[in-house]
Structures are given as structure tokens and as C-alpha cells.
Design a protein around this ligand. Structure first.
Ligand SMILES: [Zn+2]
Length: 534
């Protein structure tokens, strides 16, 4: 909310966790053969090597969605900011567009309490997801999580946000995800939402050509990345027109290079009022009691009919864009929510080549660095033609530095990794075989060299931390910026947020639509298939 939101989040839908058949997702034909790098994508696609762009374009269209962060629960019931979201919904409905409404639990309960059923009915025709149950009320979910260890943090997110998911389900009959509000981001939040079957909208990652990713075993859906916005401009037609003129060039350019792009419709409260109510009440950790909450004032030049007229012009522009296929958060989850659950040994070997080339950990189009590490270990112990993909998590504690002990065999590394993952579902922070301390990155490089029969690269070519994983340094900078969100108070501890974020980068990989995977890859929607025991 507050700032021109770089930070909204996404959502999930409950249906998405329903087990899906293991078969029937094996589209596309051959094509894999000579594919240089990782041989994952189907015909007509550029093969994604982890470094180069892989824009959409075989389909000729980019997916897009338009979303709204709906946040006012301060203004008296007769204020137009309570009805504007329903009016925006009606305009989109008239033009056959479904919007994605990111709604705070408090906001939804306000409508319910005041029996504003026509607003609810208008919004119901669109996609709805949770914009955190209590938004900026302190402590925010991110503030609380930043004070806790991994497992306590996950529990806290479930405890705090479940009532919000339930409220939206009760009021709108649906809730398709969790959508980032301001700087409220943490790896535990993404993971916990995934456990509830809710994708997370907003991603700190900017992977080449791809705007939906897997992280913490949940889908991250890229948020608004355009250098312009509409919030306060709908009420000022000349300024609105200046913004509107940027839309088609922006979408044209994005469609050339990306699979998916989110457009931000507005914060309805900001289209009408002088300030964000959250900024008035909760900046820098301020925590007034509800009876002292201050409502925002209506902007003098705010005319609802003018705002709606201009909004309709935006919607017409979007609907007419020839290169965008409009969908919603729920739609993106349906399109991208299938993950590889069984891969071939050749996919693991291709990943090993990629690790050697990279000099350290990396993901592939099919496997996160963590999954690849596990499977490289697994194939040392029990090589096979195909393997179940373990939805393994990154370590929860401080990773170890490399401290040489006795020389360690690939088998010793492999046994320790497999044992640790099988017993917990998490990678260990470090490996202790040989009496030393082997970092995960070092173990991965050793196992990749073993798999490919290559020598270890020279020391100066090795990159053993998660920063070797493409996209991680840039995403870390994005997560660092969340500290500057004006709502955060003293309780927000940046250190633990960053540490957990980075450890879980072992779970990062790009997401693809099911048509993009090669036929040799089995896909599924279910969470955490158990590993093979053989
Ligand atoms: Zn927000």
C-alpha cells in the first residue's frame, strides 16, 4: 500500500492443492534432444539455460493481469472509498475483463459488518485474494516473523493469516492467494501461504524473461514493475492521459521479452483520498488504538464519475491490446501451478553440467538448486533412469563455511545429504563428514564434477554461496529495500529476514506453464510428494 506499491503479493486458490493425476500433463513432443543446456522446454520454445532470456512468444501472447489493493477500513461507511471498488469491478465486468482484488481481512469484514452487499456482489465476479488479514496494524506479520526462528515464524504466519483466508472465503466465496502489502515479505510467509495452497503475489526475483517463479515450494507471481502508475491520476484527466499514453508502449515491450506482466489498477482509497490511511495511522511503528484511528480526507478534486470514466478508458486500452491474454491470480496459479514431480537422470546430469559451468549452485528449468543437490546425491547411492523430485527446503540455520577435514568421498557426501533430507525435508546447513565442515555449495560442485567426470574448477572459478544462483544478488537487494517501507517500526529486524530469504534461495527456480515442459517430465500440483524409498 502506502508507497507506490512495489510490493503487493499474490494469492492462491484452494483447489490448487487438490491432488492432480500424475499423468496427463505430459504434453509436447520430443524437442528435448539436442537442446543445448537443459533440454526442458517443448517445441517452439527457446531453451532456457538459466542465464539467457527465454521470452514467451511461441504462443505469440503474454499473460497479463490487473490488480487492486483494497485497504480502507477507516473511513465512515458513507464515504465513497467503500463503494469505488465495486464500481471498478462493474466497469471491468462490462468489458469482459476479470480483475484481481487484493483485499485486507479488516477491509472485507468492514463491508460485511455494514452489510454493503452490492459492493461484495460486484467484486465476487472477479478474483479475490488476501492482502494480509490486518494489513499495517502493528505488529505486522513481517515484524513478528522477523523476531522468530524459521519454524516459529511459519506457525505465526498460519496463526495470523488463516482468519483472513477464512473471512474472504466466507464473504466472497473464494480466496485465491496471499498478496504482498508494502514491505510485508518473508520467506516464512511465502512458505506458509504455500502450505495453505495460496500462491504469493509479488516476487523479489527478476529472472530473465520469466515472471513467475517457485520459491519455498510456492509460486511467486511477479508484481507491478512499470515506471508509472494511476492512483492519484484518475481524478485529473490531463495527468491521467499522460499515464495512459505509456500503457501500450510498455505492454508492447514487455510482450517481446516476458511470459507474464502484472498491471496495477490502483489503490481505490488513494484514487479518492488525500492520503493513505495506513500512513496516517501506522507510520514508523505507530500503534494507536482503534478508537483513535484517523480517517483520510476526501481529495477536493475527487469526482467519482470522472475517476470511473478515466478508469474505463484504461480498461478499454488493456482489453484491446493484441499481445496480452488477460487472466487473474487464480488463472496464473492454474497455468503455472504444476511442478515437475519426476525427472529423468539426463535432466539431473544436464543440471550437473550447469553447476560445473557456473562454478557453484544453480537452478535449472526443472530443479531448484536444492532439488538438484539432493538428486546428485541420490544418484551416487542409487542411480536410476528417473527420480521423484523432492520438494526439499533450504537450511534453517546459518550455513557453514568450508573447513577442510580429511578428504571426503562423493559417497560420504551423498549419504549425509540424503539422510538429512529424508529425515527432515530440509537441507542441512553444512556437512560434517570427514571431520571438517563442507558447505552445501562445495558439496554440490563436488557431486556435479563427480557426475560429469570433470575436474573441480580452479579455486578462482568457484562460486560456492547462494549468490552464485542466477537472480539471487538482485533479489536480495530488492528484499533489503523492504526495510524502508514507512510502516515498519523498531520491531522489524532486517537481518533475520535477509538470512532466511537467502537460505531458501536453494528452493528457487523459474515456473512454466504445463505446455512448456517436455514430455519426459511428469508434472503435478500436490505438495511434497514423499521421496522414493528404494
Ligand atoms: Zn497494500
Amino acid at each position: 500500500m502506502a508507497r507506490r506499491n512495489k510490493l503487493e503479493s499474490a494469492t492462491v486458490n484452494t483447489e490448487s492443492v487438490a491432488p492432480a493425476s500424475r499423468r496427463g500433463f505430459l504434453k509436447t513432443s520430443a524437442a528435448l534432444a539436442g537442446s543445448a543446456a537443459l533440454g526442458v522446454l517443448g517445441p517452439g520454445r527457446r531453451v532456457f539455460s538459466g542465464q539467457e532470456p527465454s521470452g514467451v512468444s511461441a504462443r505469440g501472447k503474454m499473460y497479463g493481469l490487473i490488480y487492486f489493493d483494497v485497504e480502507d477500513y477507516f473511513s465512515p461507511p458513507e464515504t465513497p472509498s467503500h463503494t469505488l471498488p465495486g464500481q471498478l469491478a462493474d466497469i471491468m465486468h462490462k468489458h469482459g475483463m476479470r480483475g484481481s482484488f487484493h483485499i485486507m481481512g479488516e477491509r472485507a469484514r468492514f463491508w460485511e459488518r455494514h452489510r454493503m452487499t452490492s459492493v461484495i456482489e460486484s467484486i465476487k465476479r472477479h478474483d479475490v485474494s488476501l492482502h494480509y488479514d490486518r494489513g499495517s496494524i502493528h505488529p505486522t506479520t513481517a515484524e513478528e516473523v522477523s523476531e522468530l526462528d524459521w519454524f516459529q515464524g511459519v506457525d505465526r504466519v498460519l496463526f495470523r493469516e488463516l482468519p483472513g483466508f477464512q473471512a474472504l472465503q466466507r464473504i466472497f466465496g473464494k480466496c485465491s492467494g496471499l498478496t504482498q502489502h508494502g514491505g510485508t515479505f518473508a520467506a516464512q510467509i511465502v512458505y506458509a501461504a504455500g502450505k495453505l495452497g495460496k500462491p504469493f503475489f509479488y516476487s523479489p526475483f527478476r529472472l530473465p524473461g520469466r515472471n513467475v517463479a517457485w520459491y519455498c515450494n510456492n509460486l511467486l507471481i511477479g508484481g507491478y514493475q512499470a515506471p508509472f502508475s494511476f492512483d492519484v491520476f484518475y481524478k485529473d484527466t490531463p495527468k491521467f492521459e499522460a499515464q495512459l499514453a505509456k500503457v501500450n508502449p510498455y505492454l508492447d515491450k514487455r510482450a517481446e521479452a516476458f511470459d507474464f506482466t502484472a498491471m496495477f489498477g490502483c489503490h481505490p482509497v488513494r484514487a479518492l483520498m488525500d492520503e493513505f490511511p495506513d500512513a496516517i495511522n501506522f507510520s514508523n511503528g505507530a500503534s494507536p488504538s482503534p478508537k483513535d484511528w484517523v480517517a483520510p480526507t476526501l481529495a477536493k478534486d475527487a469526482s467519482v464519475p470522472r475517476i470511473l470514466r478515466n478508469f474505463e478508458r484504461l480498461i478499454v486500452t488493456l482489453v484491446e491490446h493484441p499481445k496480452v491474454e488477460w487472466t487473474t491470480v487464480e488463472g496464473i496459479n492454474n497455468l503455472y501451478g504444476q511442478r515437475p514431480v519426476r525427472v529423468g537422470d539426463r535432466h539431473v546430469l544436464a543440471g550437473a553440467e550447469e553447476v560445473v559451468r557456473n562454478g557453484g549452485p544453480t537452478y535449472t528449468p526443472l530443479l531448484s538448486a536444492g532439488e538438484l543437490l539432493y538428486l546428485l546425491a541420490r544418484r551416487v547411492i542409487a542411480p536410476a533412469k528417473t527420480y521423484d523430485v523432492p520438494q526439499v527446503m533450504g537450511p534453517t540455520e546459518e550455513p557453514g563455511k568450508n573447513k577442510p577435514g580429511a578428504a571426503v568421498s562423493p559417497a560420504a557426501l551423498a549419504h549425509e545429504i540424503v539422510r538429512a533430507v529424508m529425515s527432515s525435508g530440509y537441507l542441512p546447513p553444512r556437512l560434517e563428514c570427514g571431520g571438517g565442515s563442507v558447505s552445501l555449495g562445495s558439496a554440490m560442485l563436488q557431486l556435479a564434477c563427480h557426475a560429469t567426470g570433470r575436474d573441480l574448477p580452479p579455486e578462482n572459478k568457484r562460486r560456492l554461496s547462494v549468490d552464485a544462483i542466477p537472480g539471487v544478488p538482485e533479489a536480495t537487494e530488492n528484499v533489503k529495500r523492504y526495510k524502508k517501507w514507512r510502516i515498519h517500526g523498531q520491531r522489524y529486524r532486517q537481518g533475520p529476514i535477509l538470512e532466511h530469504f537467502k537460505r531458501q534461495c536453494w528452493t528457487l527456480k523459474p515456473a512454466f506453464t504445463q505446455q512448456e515442459y517436455d514430455q519426459g517430465v511428469a508434472l503435478g500440483r500436490y505438495l511434497n510428494p514423499m521421496f522414493e524409498r528404494k
